[in-house]
Design a protein around this ligand. Sequence first.
Ligand code: UDX
Length: 433
Amino acid sequence: MSEANAHRVAVFGAGYVGLVTGACFAELGHDVTIRDVLPGKIDALRRGEVPIYEPGLDELLERNRERLTFTTDVVEAIEDAEFVYVAVGTPPTVSGDADLSAVWMVIDELPQVEHRIVVVMKSTVPVGTGEKVRHRLDARGLGHVGYASNPEFTAEGTAIKDFMEPDRIVIGAFDAADADAVEELHAGIDAPVVRADVASAEMAKLAANAALMTRISFINEIANVCEATGADVVKVAEAIGYDRRIGKSFLRAGVGFGGSCFPKDSLALKQLAANSGYHFQVLSAVIEVNELQKRRVVGKLQELLGPLRGKRIALLGLAFKPNTDDTREAPAFVLAGRLLAEGADVVVWDPIAHADGFHGVEQVATVADAAREADAVVLVTEWPELADVEWEVVAATMRSRVFVDGRNMLEPEAMRAAGFRYSAIGRASNGTV
Ligand code: UDX
């Protein structure tokens, strides 16, 4: 990238989204300053330590070290910046609305800059937030500061690839020149650019997540009907996935979705609709189906083992999906809580995520340790290493050989041959043909 095309970008927030955004913009040749309020985090980043687990992020930060600065100081971050990316957390409040206090703090902390900068919203926010930010900037005498919405669609574990090779880039702005500037910042990325008004860009993010969650709850309900009627959801998903109008992705039945985005964003959209006087029925059902899905495994265990009091249950996987240490809204925790409430002893294994602070749950270092003397093993997160376990060796160490595959990861026939009473999600016909 030529000097002329390199821009100065300040990123507020050094969480998953901020670090990935900052590292990727640096990779594209821009000068990036990442600002966070937590001094410990900034000190660690300056030392070259990456506070989160995201494959490839540490190499990317290291490779672009000379284009990256880390600071807690707002003025230092904004100095000479042309863009201020807002990538702070927007967690749900007790009412289900998104908590925008960190966003407002960034807007209110902006110094009285003389030059034109564009504030770009990367955090997921309710529709209408851009409009409110615009008013607040104007009220603060920052009418010359631009505003754009540039939502992220990155998934944890593949965030860098998702940023550098996205399906699309969405840019919503009040002023076409700001949208042009944000688009130029992405030069070097080959993807369709959807230009929109700010509200539509904000809604695009929420709608994309809602569509993906709807697919998951849909296939989970199909799975539950498969169980009741003798079909195999894995075959059904394969069969419908070939339909180009439907497509293959997000049709894996399992113990439900979790993570830092889906549960929070579904609530936020439901609440946004409700606040505007609309009852979003499909989304309400999607959320409810997911809550019930996380608990269905308990019923399966009761069917196979009887009352669970005193039974030792091993949960394999804590992270809400593989290749991340993120346990936010992870189904494993709901499951563990339900099992403890039934009086079971719960032992968990995960290659990188921790059950710290989860009272009553014992975490062990290996799959073998988790399964030893267990009455049942539940596969909760489809960690790739679980494909290579010698399951017949594991089965031999168990008290009762019950295996519930919460992600339909393993071959039913092979697991039965290994000695298990094997049950999966929506595979009543046992996965055989
Ligand atoms: C998601 C979106 O994919 C991303 O675009 C958005 O920016 C943030 O939210 P992420 O939460 O990282 O990303 O994970 P994702 O891979 O989408 O999985 C979310 C959850 O859905 C996981 O718990 C996963 O196990 C579950 N899932 C996914 C299913 O149960 N079945 C599927 O077919 C796909």
